[in-house]
Design a binder for this molecule. Structure first.
Ligand SMILES: [Zn+2]
Length: 221
């Protein structure tokens, strides 16, 4: 595996710390929950275990092989999040993914504990914005946090997606940039909030409108 050159590492590490602070500022990361990664080629940088996303420092990010999750080199005092397998599963599945965001944002967690809205999406398309910016948000079955079984639960979700809910746990979103991955996570949290506020008798957008929006914006529903 080619190591990151120092300038690229600095750039990616600073972006990761910045996105962590923004996630906390938006109340998307309670306590020390959540983890982030960013990839350049075969190498990914991952947030450490047990450190809140608002307290990240560039020196304490772990460099790992983005496919296998193996550490890139000896990094004394650096312990990556236990959810490395979840991130590498997404990088293997979506080769265009360059960043992965996993959060326990409150409303997405609430939706991850409900029956999925339909067989294609756990969250209904109440407004156009979820369809335009993210697309469908399927539900992956429960797996114990930090295990290969949780990562393997993604295999049970067929098809394309930008974000997925992990049953009884949280959300996972990817992007071609870190900002894009965070934007998808924010949209999922907002869509879950709207759906909870609107209640069970809320009217989803008509299917032809959803189909037209997904086609126009290049998303999947
Ligand atoms: Zn988690």
């Amino acid at each position: 595996m080619r190591p990151l050159d120092p300038a690229t590492r600095d750039l990616l590490a600073n972006s990761l710390c910045d996105v962590g602070r923004r996630a906390v500022a938006m109340n998307l990361s309670p306590g020390a929950s959540g983890n982030l990664s960013v990839r350049d080629g075969a190498t990914m940088l991952m947030t450490p275990s047990g450190v809140g996303l608002g307290e990240l420092s560039p020196a304490r990010l772990a460099a790992l092989d983005a496919r296998s999750g193996e550490p890139a080199k000896q990094q004394p005092g650096v312990r990556p999040s236990k959810e490395v397998p979840l991130h590498t599963a997404l990088y293997r599945r979506f080769p265009e993914a360059a960043a992965v965001v996993h959060l326990h944002s409150p409303q997405a967690v609430a939706y991850a504990c409900k029956q999925p809205w339909s067989s294609v999406s756990a969250i209904p398309p109440l407004t156009p914005y979820l369809v335009m910016r993210v697309g469908r948000v399927p539900l992956a079955p429960y797996g114990t946090p930090g295990t290969d079984r949780l990562a393997a639960s993604l295999d049970e979700v067929p098809g394309q997606f930008r974000a997925v809910l992990l049953a009884h746990h949280g959300l996972l979103a990817w992007g071609t940039t870190l900002d894009g991955a965070l934007d998808a996570a924010v949209e999922v949290e907002e869509a879950a909030r709207t759906a909870l506020l609107a209640g069970p008798d809320a009217q989803p957008l008509p299917t032809p409108e959803v189909t037209a929006l997904a086609q126009q914006y290049g998303t999947t529903w």
